[in-house]
Design a protein around this ligand. Sequence first.
Ligand code: SF4
Length: 271
Amino acid sequence: MDNNKIVTSNYNKKRLFIGLLAGSYLTLVLIAAVMWRISAPGLREIADILPLVSGIVLALFFGIVGLGIAGLVAAAAGLPFFPFVLRRTTGMVNLLFPLVVFFGGLLGFKRRQIESSFVSVSNKIFHRMNIKVPADRLLVVTPHCLQLDTCPHKITRDPMNCKRCGRCDIAALVTMAEEMGFHFFVVTGGTLARQTVKRIRPKAVVAIACERDLTSGIQDVYPLPAVGVMNLRPNGPCFNTHVDLDEFRRELENIIILPERKKDEGAGQNG
Ligand code: SF4
């Protein structure tokens, strides 16, 4: 696939979630306006000022949410944005997510498509915020299905139990963790992933998983910044899955602050 096609498909991916988010927001505004209009006479009977006060409160609330969404759209589209506003908007988007899925469902979009688009938007925001952390403050988590199903080694207890036979991608990930110094764990579910985050107390998380687990994981660890790398499923879901190791390494190189010595070595090799 040429680069233009990749850029276009990524852009379209993000557009779906942003479009549904904007649609959900406008629907909420419409519902609130209708409810306000219906309740205004009753409120006026209690006190003349009440319709005006409730109208101002609603306008302020939806105005702030609207500004947040506008900031998100700007950040996703590569335009200037306010990082402070965007950080709060990310939490708000997590709250609005079920509504976005419902609204998308009414329009015929599958949950998986919406989740995939959400991960794409979330990753874009992460990168626009230029988040960088030292390797020892980065946690990488992958699901158990990345391990070859016939492998007898208990890597969920300790990934270093992997014998690096190379028959699944765990070998390459363990080697990268050793080379670069990030924390790497293979988890069997969301509960174990959350426990690992609590124990390691990282500054950022990179997760490899399907769109469903990435969506819930990114929302669970908020306000901790998280990047999602979609797994590859040539054998169907949750069975002998893979990861694009080049894409994964690129993500790590974007996030990890390299020690000066390694940077110099890299520059020496390039020059
Ligand atoms: S690479 Fe590691 S985890 Fe994968 S099959 Fe070999 S020993 Fe098992």
